[in-house]
Ligand binder design. Sequence first.
Ligand code: PRP
Length: 217
Amino acid sequence: MRGNEKTNNGLTIALSKGRMQDDALEIFGRAGIAVDEADLHSRRLLVKSADQRFNFIFVKPSDVPTYVEYGVADVGVCGLDVLMESRADVHEPLDLLIGRCSIAVAGRREVVGQDYNLLATVRVATKYPRIATAYFQERGIPIEVVTLSGSVELAPVLGLSDRIVDLVETGRTLKENGLEVIDIITESTARLIVNRASFHLKRAIVRDLVNELTKVL
Ligand code: PRP
């Protein structure tokens, strides 16, 4: 694991910027690990907890497993969807029960129930190429994956793909673009993940953190 003068000797925690950040910080706050308001409203990507024991880094959701796997962060919070896609080799000691959503196969209303055999190749647009490939491979359906990094719902609307594999939270984006869920691949919630070396080398502080978080869930 690499040391870094920007972080202290406590734990470094990687949080996803965006939709899960507030909920995750709220749980840490309930466990007595707070971040100053001024830091939260700044654009700083590395801040210390109010008691100086923890470093928080704010990164793109899909990068959380990378920071934790490489040990730049000891601990991270990320969705099971992101974790499955990354296949990072990390411990996953706790389901934080926030960020609840599904990873689903979806398509235009007209294709729901359509036999995949009617298509020579099924073109699937997604931010989750590994999850999508595994799902269709298990069913013996050949697919061509079109990897996108956002607004995936546009793909079937514009004819770029036959299906999408994407995150569904409220279902609003699908509905407002004339799409429907065809199958749920998995339900997802946010997980606390821990770097394998930190899990052993910083055992006491990691265990205390997991215990404190467990108590407030
Ligand atoms: C996610 C996801 C869907 C949308 C689902 O996108 O990829 O597009 O949220 O949410 P809903 O079911 O509540 O409508 P995100 O907002 O992360 O933006 P992106 O499309 O740029 O990835």
